[in-house]
Design a protein around this ligand. Structure first.
Ligand SMILES: [Zn+2]
Length: 231
């Protein structure tokens, strides 16, 4: 396999993403999700069917690609396993639904030097940012640290417009294709914000913060790699 894509979350974003990206048979996948399929998931998490209810979400991926192309990991991504589960990827797609996981994906992707695409959807809004470690601003340059749990809204509480995740996943897949083809992604160093209720789309410039700890880790890795290459 030429490319290995790690997808965090087999929900509203991960479902359409793996369906779209798996059409290239030169790609293999690792799909990470510890949830089981519920009835309320089905209107937007298009990987799953009613026959999957109660089963691990990652198991639904069996029907879309040859079994040896999809590694199914029914575990929660945590600090203790993140380096192992995200390691070896050509690209990471973050389709998680909570802030701690987003920051964890960011920090570990940068430490490992793996490009990734963040996408978040809440209510009527999409946010999207592509990150190339050491080259572009990261999620932590933008938000610094997770909001306190009492202020952090989740899809399960605040709700999400079901069809909107399809649009968001399409945008995320497009960024992924650019990165996998060695091109500069469209939403690098600028956060895309789409609000379908207001009918607005805008971008916010994001700069690398000199004191960003995640970017410092990426730079240190790059320096170490250069030193090894020169030896
Ligand atoms: Zn950063």
């Amino acid at each position: 396999m030429k490319q290995r894509v790690v997808i965090v979350g087999a929900g509203g974003l991960g479902s359409p993403a793996i369906l779209a990206l798996a059409s290239d048979r030169e790609r293999s996948f690792r799909l990470i999700d510890d949830d089981r399929v519920e009835l309320s998931n089905l209107q937007r998490q298009i990987l799953h069917r009613t026959s999957d209810l109660g089963r691990p979400k990652v198991d639904s991926a069996q029907r879309i690609a040859e079994p040896d192309r999809v590694e199914r990991v029914a575990q929660r991504l945590e600090a203790a396993n993140a380096r192992e589960l995200l390691g070896g990827a050509s690209l990471i797609l973050d389709g998680s639904d909570n802030f701690p996981t987003r920051f964890l994906v960011n920090d570990v992707a940068l430490t490992l030097g793996i490009p990734y695409v963040f996408c978040g959807v809440l209510r009527y809004q999409i946010q999207l940012l592509s990150v190339r470690p050491g080259l572009s601003a990261c999620y932590r340059c933008l938000f610094v640290e997770p909001p306190p749990p009492e202020l952090a809204e989740r899809c399960s509480d605040a709700g999400v417009l079901g069809a909107l995740v399809g649009i968001a996943a399409g945008l995320q897949v497009r960024e992924a294709e650019e990165l996998l083809n060695g091109k500069r992604p469209r939403y690098e160093n600028r956060l895309l914000i789409v609000d379908v209720l207001q009918g607005r789309q805008r971008t916010v410039d994001v700069r690398r913060r000199p004191d960003c700890e995640a970017c410092a880790a990426a730079s240190a890795m790059g320096a170490a790699a250069s030193a090894m290459g020169g030896a």
